[in-house]
Design a protein around this ligand. Structure first.
Ligand SMILES: Nc1ncnc2c1ncn2[C@@H]1O[C@H](COP(=O)(O)OP(=O)(O)OP(=O)(O)O)[C@@H](O)[C@H]1O
Ligand SMILES: [Mg+2]
Length: 252
């Protein structure tokens, strides 16, 4: 019978995996310099913990260092995002005009349109709609925020898992972007991610949360997994600082 395994002996030295800085203050030094180029990372957390600001921080920094980014805005209104970001101290319109950022939204009836379509078709349709912008601005970074809710409604968890799996694999194959997907965690649950597949597919997992002590709440960030990086799971405190973004502070 044929063997099910193969052994590979590298012919030359395997180069270190190139990393790109996230630009999130205090984070890069904790994760060996940044994210591995071309891989997908999951940022998960309950509502209001800062997933969108984390993602924007990654793109705004990219724009500053000549790495344009595409942001697929899934659950929020485009104008609200631009307005909210401006109030926070980030001029997204300036970056968009400069072609260092592109913000895409799904067409309003997207969920309706893809209702009974096979997963492959839905993933194709999303990937093709992003592809044009990735090419146009030569994007190196991509964010899908959040990765799933828009079609989940009546779909079951098995379907959603397969959808996310297919989407992440297709993105990593088609684009060279370093990608963040976000996932909301239902409030009060102890899950890492909503559908239980994102964490397996992602090269790294970051969980944002709130810790209550008495009457005070503290923002905490858990670096849960960083594949191929010398990182142990650890919890840190962080702040959300207008104009600066996510600022990671001391270890808990
Ligand atoms: N202009 C601002 N100044 C200070 N803090 C702000 C400002 N705008 C937002 N925040 C903080 O950021 C938090 C929201 O972050 P964000 O929208 O990134 O959360 P999220 O995890 O994406 O939430 P959701 O799951 O609802 O999309 C707010 O709860 C608020 O505390
Ligand atoms: Mg959000």
């Amino acid at each position: 019978m044929e063997s099910a395994v193969t052994t590979k002996v590298p012919e030359r030295k395997v180069e270190d995996l190139p990393v790109v800085p996230t630009g999130i203050e205090g984070l890069d030094e904790l994760i060996g310099g940044g994210f591995i180029e071309g891989r997908t990372y999951l940022v998960a957390g309950e509502t209001g913990t800062g997933k969108t600001l984390f993602s924007l921080n990654f793109l705004v920094y990219g724009a500053m260092i000549g790495e344009p980014g595409v942001y697929l805005l899934v659950d929020e209104d485009y104008e609200d995002l631009i307005r909210g970001a401006r109030a926070f101290g980030w001029d997204l319109q300036y970056l968009i005009r400069n072609n260092s950022l592109s913000v895409l939204t799904l067409v309003p009836d997207f969920a309706e349109k893809v209702k009974n379509k096979p997963i492959d078709t839905i993933v194709r349709s999303i990937v093709e709609s992003i592809a044009g912008e990735i090419e146009r601005i030569n994007a190196k970074r991509l964010v899908i925020d959040p990765v799933a809710p828009f079609i989940v409604g009546e779909r079951d968890i098995v379907w959603t898992r397969e959808y996310i799996r297919n989407l992440v694999i297709t993105i990593e194959k088609e684009f060279r972007t370093t990608t963040i997907i976000t996932s909301e965690i239902p409030t009060g649950s102890n899950q890492i991610s909503r559908f239980g597949v994102e964490e397996f597919l992602a090269a790294g997992v970051i969980v944002l949360g709130l810790e209550r002590r008495g009457n005070k709440f503290y923002r905490i960030i858990l670096i849960r997994k960083m594949r191929w990086r010398p990182v142990h799971p650890a919890i840190y405190y962080y702040d959300i600082v207008p104009g600066r973004g996510i600022v990671v502070k001391g270890q808990k």
